[in-house]
Write a protein that binds this ligand. Structure first.
Ligand code: T4K
Length: 370
């Protein structure tokens, strides 16, 4: 088999037609209103809340800023139970906020926090739970909700991967006290960089909006020690034009996932993820596979390197585990740094290229290589 002449990456951002975006730009140039909660920002908040089926959306500059702001809005301190199987942003926001991350293990299939492990780790210092809907697959939200109620804990869902996903005919973003989204270039709905907090009542939405605008209410009153994390008009305009094409883009992703599913289901040592029950509008933001070295014959890392030889750049989201990165290892905020299930997923995971414009010939090549 020949090496590809072009590099194929794990993802490639989808974009609207440039002319369509230019129409928005013309309007921004005319109005000279570039930022500070202006027309397109407000329109995108409204359109997203309708599209996602949630009460309130607050736009911010990134998913990371959304997480930081969510922690401030809910006044979280002390210890927060979270997952080692995520992107480092999930932990960094806790450390930036002088909160201790308490890591616990995940379920061995989807990689989401295991409610039993959460419950065992609760102490008098625990103030909140920060779970991640990994690859957009919903956490065990009912169980987490029950634990949170029993122990009076707040829940902030890192829903960076979970744009548009419904669970039991309701947006997954309606669970927990707050959920955050990422609109980074690598996400199925992107505003280049960007993010949002989903809240369920007007008062909380108002508080988030103060926090992202220095804490200002009007010109002369500062209500919170806020920061500047407002999404600007260009990014909001991009979001508006992306939203028009979102469903079409997701359908393309769905077709690619179906091709991978069909081709990979009977290969010993290759595990794909079945769509969990009662989930619809799955966004196919990633296509994770898990390689069992014993049954497959070569390791995940050998396959990862093999792909590179063909000019295909798969990614190991999430390897290493957050707790195994050198910089976090020394923190030892957990009872034990032993998370066997998360560790296994992290050693087996490989995310295959997945994006709407991925051509058939490349999908075939990827399948052939596996
Ligand atoms: N929570 C979770 C669970 C997250 O996964 C993330 C972010 C966050 C919170 C924080 O949200 P943000 O603050 O980012 O909004 C990427 C993304 O930067 C990051 O957003 C994402 N998760 C993480 C899982 O992946 P990298 O370092 O792997 O990205 P990078 O630049 O290597 O991009 C991957 C491939 O995508 C490239 O090989 C080529 C392609 N690409 C990338 C960009 C940026 C393009 O074709 N065009 C582009 O503009 O982190």
């Amino acid at each position: 088999m020949k090496k590809l002449s072009k590099k194929i990456y794990v993802t490639q951002p989808s974009l609207p037609d440039l002319n369509e975006f230019t129409t928005y730009l013309n309007s921004i140039w005319e109005s000279r209103q570039l930022t500070n909660n202006a027309k397109f920002h407000n329109q995108l908040e409204k359109e997203l809340s309708d599209f996602l089926g949630v009460k309130h959306v607050s736009l911010l500059t990134s998913g990371t800023q959304a997480l930081l702001t969510a922690l401030k809005v809910l006044n979280i301190s002390g210890d927060v139970i979270t997952t080692p199987y995520s992107f480092v942003a999930t932990t960094n926001v806790l450390l930036w906020s002088n909160i201790n991350p308490i890591f616990v293990d995940v379920d061995p299939v989807y990689g989401n926090l295991d409610p039993l492990c959460i419950e065992k780790s609760i102490t008098s210092k625990t103030s909140a739970i920060l779970p991640v809907h990994v690859y957009g697959n919903p956490c065990e939200v009912e169980a987490i909700n029950k634990i949170a109620n029993e122990h009076q804990l707040k829940v902030i869902y890192d829903a960076a991967h979970a744009f548009g996903i419904n669970y039991k005919n309701n947006s997954i973003l309606n669970w927990g006290d707050l959920s955050i989204l990422s609109f980074h270039a690598t996400k199925p709905f992107n505003t280049m960089e960007g993010g949002a907090i989903i809240s369920h009542d007007r008062e909380t939405k108002q508080k988030i909006d103060y926090f992202k605008n220095f804490g200002f209410q009007g010109e002369t009153k500062v209500l919170e020690y806020g920061i500047n994390s407002k999404m600007n008009e260009m990014q909001s305009a991009l979001g508006l034009s992306q939203l028009k094409h979102y469903t079409k883009f997701i359908l393309k992703r769905k077709n690619i996932a179906a091709k991978y599913d069909k081709a990979l289901q009977n290969i010993p040592g290759v595990r794909t993820l079945a769509n969990p029950k009662e989930v619809d509008n799955y966004n196919h933001s990633y296509y994770p596979i898990f390689i069992d070295k014993e049954k497959y014959g070569i390791s995940r890392d050998q396959l990862y390197k093999k792909f590179k030889e063909f000019n295909i750049y798969t990614r190991r989201y999430f390897y290493p585990l957050i707790t195994d990165f050198h910089i976090y290892k020394k923190l030892s905020y957990s009872k034990s740094n032993n998370f066997p299930k998360a560790k296994q997923l992290s050693e087996q995971i490989l995310c295959l290229p997945m994006y709407p414009d991925l051509e058939e010939k490349y999908i075939d090549k990827i399948i052939k290589i596996i």
